[in-house]
Design a protein around this ligand. Structure first.
Ligand SMILES: Nc1ncnc2c1ncn2[C@@H]1O[C@H](COP(=O)(O)OP(=O)(O)OP(=O)(O)O)[C@@H](O)[C@H]1O
Length: 365
């Protein structure tokens, strides 16, 4: 069994009238990479600061390796917190920057060299270690800073949007390296980000924080396929999921779904698990689940009209009016459409998501 390294037990945090966290519970197994995913203001930084001891929870407890850390001084926790704007010593070489935490800890020189070389190899910074930071590119600077943070071996690492100031390509490259570093060295990471694709690329497990509450803890793909509620469904995925009102009905054993002026037969499998007393629902359709077809020939085919177009390079988002409702769909490549063009589409009724319109919780299988 994998040991739980960090456990947050029902953490709440109020800043005056603002409730930043509400009964947040989370377990982090040793050697794992957990992503805290949430938009700005969701409470990610507050959570990390509470774990690091920089902020006290209003209620709840922080347990590390089976000990109650809630009231322990930050400097006695032996937890590293890594931010986005990591600073380097400008008048020390790359090597001295990376080595500095080990020198402070009075590690023997030969051991320091071994550790720095290992980290430098993993971060591909061996060739710049002899230079001063002023000569580094942005990416090199961030790599050296990460090297300095990773050279020590604290209990675990808290990373607060550590890549957010880097440009897109560099961010993608460094996140892959961070993941490899974490795996190869067997370290434990709690990584906060507002970016779902980053979570997808990095995480073993994702904890979705919305408005200070844990809404779902799951594998990244599961958040996409089986979101716990409407808000998670909306937050995860780009372009955004279509969520439209619908009505379920059952006649002669056949379930159907009415959206706008359209009635769609539902596969038997879909009906299973939908509460029998629920007729008004909200229906979630991922943009890729609405497909353009050559002509409307089957029961699940419908005709709509283009009312919006957004070319995004590898794909184009096309807005259509379908039976009085607006839906966004994605098509590969750059597509030539004009406003008002007629398009025939197929709705993938197998993959529809249903939400209770009042609670927002997902219902059905
Ligand atoms: N010291 C503070 N005093 C008052 N309110 C605070 C304080 N720190 C955080 N908050 C509030 O708590 C909530 C959560 O903030 P937090 O910084 O944890 O969010 P976040 O998810 O990290 O967002 P971001 O991605 O913008 O950093 C916000 O509403 C914020 O305004």
């Amino acid at each position: 069994m994998v040991e739980t390294l960090l456990e947050l037990r029902s953490i709440s945090k109020n800043f005056g009238a603002v409730q930043a966290l509400r009964e947040l519970s989370l377990e982090v197994p040793r050697g794992s990479l957990i992503v805290l995913l949430g938009p700005a203001g969701a409470g990610k930084t507050t959570t990390l600061r509470i774990v690091a001891g920089l902020e006290a929870p209003t209620s709840g407890e922080v347990w590390v390796e089976g000990q109650n850390f809630t009231k322990l001084q930050p400097n006695r926790r032996d937890i590293a917190m890594i931010f986005d704007n990591l600073a380097l010593y400008p008048n020390k070489t790359g090597y001295e920057n990376v080595a500095s935490p080990l020198r402070l800890a009075r590690m023997p020189k030969a051991d320091i060299k071994k550790r720095v070389d290992e980290i430098a190899g993993l971060l591909k910074i061996g060739h710049i270690l002899g230079r001063l930071p002023a000569t580094f590119s942005g990416g090199e600077r961030q790599r050296v800073a990460l090297g300095r943070a990773m050279v020590r071996e604290p209990r675990f690492y808290l990373l607060d949007e550590p890549l957010s100031s880097l440009d897109f390509m560099l961010r993608i490259e460094l996140r892959t390296e961070l993941k490899r570093l974490q795996r190869d060295l067997g370290r434990t990471f709690v990584f906060a980000t507002p970016d779902y694709t980053e979570a997808l690329a990095l995480a073993d497990t994702v904890c979705v924080l919305l408005e200070g509450e844990v809404r779902q803890i799951a594998k990244a793909q599961e958040l996409y396929d089986e979101p716990a509620d409407r808000d998670v469904a909306r937050f995860v995925g780009n372009p955004k999921i279509n969520i439209v009102p619908g009505r379920l009905s059952r006649e002669n054993g056949q379930a159907s779904l009415t959206i706008g002026s359209m009635v769609l037969p539902l596969p038997d499998r879909m009906e299973h698990g939908l509460p029998a007393n629920l007729s008004e629902v909200e229906v979630g359709l991922r943009p890729e689940h609405v497909r353009i077809v050559a002509s409307a020939t089957e029961e699940t085919h419908r005709t709509g009209f283009v009312n919006d177009l957004e070319p995004l390079g590898v794909h184009t988002t096309v807005g259509i009016d379908l039976a009085g409702i607006n839906l966004a769909l994605t098509v590969a490549g750059v597509q030539e459409f004009n406003d008002g063009d007629r398009v025939d589409v197929q709705l993938d009724t197998e993959t529809l998501l249903f939400f209770d319109p009042i609670s927002g919780r997902r219902v059905g299988n």
